[in-house]
Design a binder for this molecule. Structure first.
Ligand code: PGA
Length: 238
């Protein structure tokens, strides 16, 4: 794993955006895997700024998000579809039809998982996957105990995840308890992975990731088996 140490969240967001922009310039039809949560917001702001100032184009880019809640509509302000439109897609030139997120309101959720997995295959797989990490080691919404062989699937969110995400909702009771997530093997099939780790509350996770054993009880540890992972981590998380 290639570890890039940065000073703080601001520097991480600038460097992560520059990293993505380089890839898009080299391969304009990049298949880009995206993440939600607090961590990538600054990165997306920098992508927007660069698009406005330097005109980097996303017209041929295709994006796949890691996950989506089950049980809230896509126009709910806490759905990941809403988040992505609001934080990125509405501000760059990507055709919205090239932005894919699992449908957490599909009539047949199991069929939706299969469809999403096939969609990624159809586009030839993900070139660069952006990841955050949960303090319990989850990547996407693959909570501790998830099989390293998993494909896109339904997951019961861990109590700690529900609690952590409650900050985006008006009450704990409103946080969905289930989600669709790319599986661990789906993520591992990405040609390249960029993991962003920021803040003191990720310190323990960062330590386990770099020195702990590779185990399904700490999902992010699987990344040590991937041949092309870059971790951008700030001082607070070190
Ligand atoms: P965060 O979430 O970026 O909001 O800390 C990361 C995650 O849960 O994967």
């Amino acid at each position: 794993m290639n570890i890039i140490k940065v000073k703080d969240y601001t520097e991480m967001s600038q460097k992560a955006a520059a990293y993505i922009i380089d890839k898009v310039r080299v391969k304009p039809n990049l298949k880009l895997g995206l993440a939600t949560g607090g961590t990538p917001i600054g990165t997306y702001q920098n992508l927007i700024k660069d698009h406005q100032e330097h005109g980097t184009s996303y017209q041929q880019v295709v994006t796949f998000n890691l996950d989506e809640y089950i049980g809230i509509s896509s126009d709910h302000e806490n759905s990941y579809r809403f988040y992505m439109n609001d934080h990125l897609f509405n501000h760059i030139d990507i055709p919205i039809g090239q932005t894919f997120i699992p449908n957490g309101n599909a009539d047949n959720i199991e069929a939706e998982c299969v469809r999403y997995e096939q969609l990624i295959q159809h586009y030839g797989g993900i070139d660069l996957q952006i990841l955050g990490i949960g303090s319990n080691g989850h990547i996407g919404f693959n909570e501790p105990g998830t099989s390293f062989h998993s494909k896109t699937h339904v997951i019961d969110l861990a109590p700690s995840t529900i609690k952590a995400n409650a900050r985006f909702f008006s009450s704990l009771a409103e946080v969905p308890t289930k989600a669709i997530t790319m599986g661990i093997s789906t993520i591992m099939n990405s040609k390249e992975i960029l993991l962003l780790v920021s803040g003191e509350n990720k310190k323990e996770a960062m330590k386990k990731l770099s020195t702990g054993e590779i185990s399904e009880s700490f999902p992010a540890s699987v990344l040590r088996n991937h041949s092309n992972v870059t971790i951008m981590v700030d001082q607070a998380a070190l």
